[in-house]
Design a protein around this ligand. Structure first.
Ligand SMILES: O=c1ccn([C@@H]2O[C@H](COP(=O)(O)O)[C@@H](O)[C@H]2O)c(=O)[nH]1
Length: 509
């Protein structure tokens, strides 16, 4: 028997659509149907509401997703109405029953019987909170029955738990995505990742490259359909099912609304397909695999802010560089907010252990502030922050150092780039007075190029001389991977020039 996702994929191809029509008879929809059609029973009106939607959209629906809550709210009659709704869906269209179950295995087994045998759904939504034995009863025996597991949900409070940072690195929802990849032995386990969080979609896709993702949140919840599709689609143009409930049901013309969602999604698939030759080249060279989603987003932000530019630039060293990086242009609230998050992610991934974040004046001061804010907001790490004055004050709280005490502490220094290592040397001098030790440095970009003299880069020289690590959000090799994976966005000559520059001035890793 074909697996659940083989069946879904066949339906997606037949309908040429990734739209999943949500069947959610909210109280106000039920009241309207009762009034318009002169129906007395709530449950009957819920059925009529769903039936009308099925009739209007079955040429577009890759699947239907009734949410059990809106039927069970009407008691036994509602349960019966839901059974009739599932039966009213044409046989070739899969039904995903949105029930978000999760319980010990014996109870999960009974829930599975209810969903698949009593309601006759083909797939369910599940909570991962109780782990594998709560999921297995739904997907372990019969590959024709599927489950979408909640990974990063579309609601604002999803950040209470789902984005918690793990000590092993990464976020809780990324672990869910990876676990589901493991649980998908029978091609019947997918993820729920809200279209309201494009970054989470990209990260989930990176963590689980092969899984189908159900991405709710388009329409009433404000998710950006096109951005979500770009982040969530698999390279084969499949792997993303977009459920829309109120955005279709409450449209003046539900049929036209469903077609519009289908066409928008197909537009993104087509654009990705057209860019395939370049994407293929990237694949061959392993570029996509080499770049983490946050690094790709960092480059995108740097380009938007014109921090990163391509052309011909004469550097202090006298070299003519085909690219230029000016971190001073991360100069607005949103840019600094994003930048702080990217540094924070690089720090978390590096697993460097430190007591105080130190931002050398001047550029390091805002950097340390936004990084500390991001570390707290995203990872719950309330990091002490310190910085220095350029000139010593002779009144009040004199001294060069400001902020959290650094005496005897392990300090992580933040900067944008290291060109000659002068700023690092100054930090060592300032901090040694306080018996503080620099444990590492984190920067935005490692240009990976030889210093004017010798065979090492400034960063390699700093590492060699002082013995601590220098971490970066990205390096020149990442920039090359980004260019290779960017399809037709950049002229081929940009990649060629950066490759040539790397060859001429680059260091060994
Ligand atoms: O993260 C999630 C998981 C499930 N849902 C469900 O999807 C629909 C969305 O309805 P719209 O009217 O299209 O906003 C609804 O049944 C939710 O319970 C979700 O929104 N987010």
């Amino acid at each position: 028997m074909p697996s659940f996702f083989a069946t879904l994929e066949a339906r997606v191809k037949a309908a040429n659509s990734l739209v999943c029509v949500g069947l959610d008879p909210h109280a106000e929809d039920v009241a309207k149907v009762k009034k318009d059609k002169g129906i007395e029973s709530d449950a009957e009106a819920a059925f009529e509401f769903s039936k009308a939607l099925i009739e209007a959209t079955q040429h577009v629906a890759a699947a239907y997703k009734p949410n059990a809550a809106f039927f069970e709210a009407f008691g036994a009659e509602g349960v019966e109405a839901l059974q009739r709704v599932v039966a009213a869906v044409p046989a070739e269209i899969p039904v995903v029953l949105d029930v978000k179950r999760g319980d010990i295995s014996s109870t999960a087994k009974a829930y599975a019987t209810a969903a698949y045998d009593a309601y006759k759904a083909h797939c369910v939504t599940l909570s991962p909170y109780m782990g594998e034995d709560s999921i297995a009863p739904f997907v372990g025996e019969d590959e024709t029955r599927g489950a979408f597991v909640l990974c990063k949900t579309s609601n604002p409070s999803s950040e209470d738990l789902e984005t918690v940072a793990l000590t092993e690195g990464g976020l809780l929802y990324e672990r869910v995505a990876k676990l589901c990849e493991k649980w998908n032995a029978k091609d019947n386990v997918g993820l729920v990742v809200g279209a309201t969080d494009v970054e989470a979609l990209a990260k989930s896709r990176a963590a689980a490259p092969s899984l189908w993702i159900l991405a709710p949140g388009v329409g009433f919840q404000g998710g950006d359909l096109e951005a979500a599709a770009k982040a969530g689609l698999r390279a084969d143009g499949m792997g993303l099912l977009v459920p829309v409930s109120r955005g279709i049901a409450r449209a003046e013309d539900p049929k036209a609304a469903a077609e519009k969602f289908r066409d928008l999604l197909n537009g993104v698939r087509k654009a990705a397909e057209d860019a395939e030759p370049a994407a293929k080249r990237a694949k061959t060279e392993g570029a996509e695999e080499a770049l983490e989603p946050f690094q790709k987003q960092f480059f995108e932000l740097a380009l938007r802010c014109e921090v990163l530019k391509f052309g011909k630039f004469t550097l202090k060293s006298g070299r003519e560089s085909p690219y230029f990086f000016n971190a001073g242009l991360f100069n607005s609230g949103s840019a600094l907010d994003g930048l702080g998050e990217f540094y924070a992610e690089a720090i978390m991934r590096s697993k460097v252990e430190f007591d105080v974040l130190f931002g050398p004046a001047y550029k390091g001061i805002p950097l340390a502030s936004v990084i500390a804010t991001a570390l707290y907001r995203k990872y719950g790490k309330d990091t002490p922050v310190a910085y220095n004055r350029k000139e010593k004050k002779d009144h009040g709280e004199g001294g060069l150092l400001v902020g959290a005490p650094v005496r005897g502490k392990r300090v992580l220094v933040v900067d944008d780039v290291i060109t000659a290592g002068t700023a690092v040397r100054e930090c060592i001098e300032m901090l040694s007075v306080e018996d503080a030790s620099i444990i590492g440095v984190v920067i935005a970009l490692d240009r990976q190029e030889r210093a004017k003299e010798g065979s090492l880069s400034a960063i390699q020289a700093v590492k060699k001389e002082f013995g601590f690590d220098v971490h970066s959000i990205v390096c020149l090799d990442d920039l090359l991977a980004f260019l290779r994976s960017s399809g037709t966005t950049f002229d081929d000559s940009v990649l060629t020039a950066v490759e040539a520059y790397r060859k001429e001035y680059g260091v060994d890793k």
